[in-house]
Write a protein that binds this ligand. Structure first.
Ligand SMILES: [Zn+2]
Length: 111
C-alpha cells in the first residue's frame, strides 16, 4: 500500500529553484503553475487571518533551519496540513523530513 510518492525530500537543483521561484511570485500566479492544487476554502474556516486565504497550493521550496538541507513542501502536503491537520496558515515547513523525524524519536512526546 505504500506506493512511493515524491515527497520533495530530495529535489533536483532545478526543481528546488523552480519551487523557490514560486515563493517570490504573487499569489495570482499560483494557479498557473503545474503543481497548483485548488484550496477548499470551506476547510480553512478554522483559520483566522487578516490576510487572504490561499486559493491554490503550489510546491514551495524551503531550507531546513536546523541542518540547511533544501527540500520542497509539496502542494498536496500543504493541502493536507492546512485542511486536514488544521494547521495555522502562518505555519510553514521549516525543517526537513529527517530533522522532524529525529525530533519525534529523539526529543520525544510533549507538545
Ligand atoms: Zn534538517
Amino acid at each position: 500500500m505504500t506506493t512511493p510518492r515524491d515527497t520533495g525530500r530530495n529535489p533536483t537543483i532545478r526543481e528546488w529553484a523552480e519551487a523557490d521561484r514560486m515563493n517570490h511570485v504573487p499569489p495570482s500566479v499560483d494557479r498557473l503553475h503545474p503543481s497548483a492544487i485548488p484550496a477548499d476554502q470551506a476547510r480553512l474556516a478554522h483559520i483566522n487571518t487578516y490576510g487572504l486565504l490561499p486559493e491554490f497550493y503550489v510546491d514551495r521550496a524551503f531550507t531546513c533551519r536546523r541542518c540547511g538541507k533544501r527540500e520542497i513542501w509539496r502542494a498536496v502536503d500543504q493541502k493536507w496540513y492546512y485542511e486536514e491537520a488544521k494547521g495555522h496558515i502562518d505555519a510553514k515547513a521549516v525543517e526537513c523530513h529527517e530533522c522532524r523525524a529525529s525530533k519525534k524519536t529523539g526529543e520525544g512526546g510533549g507538545a
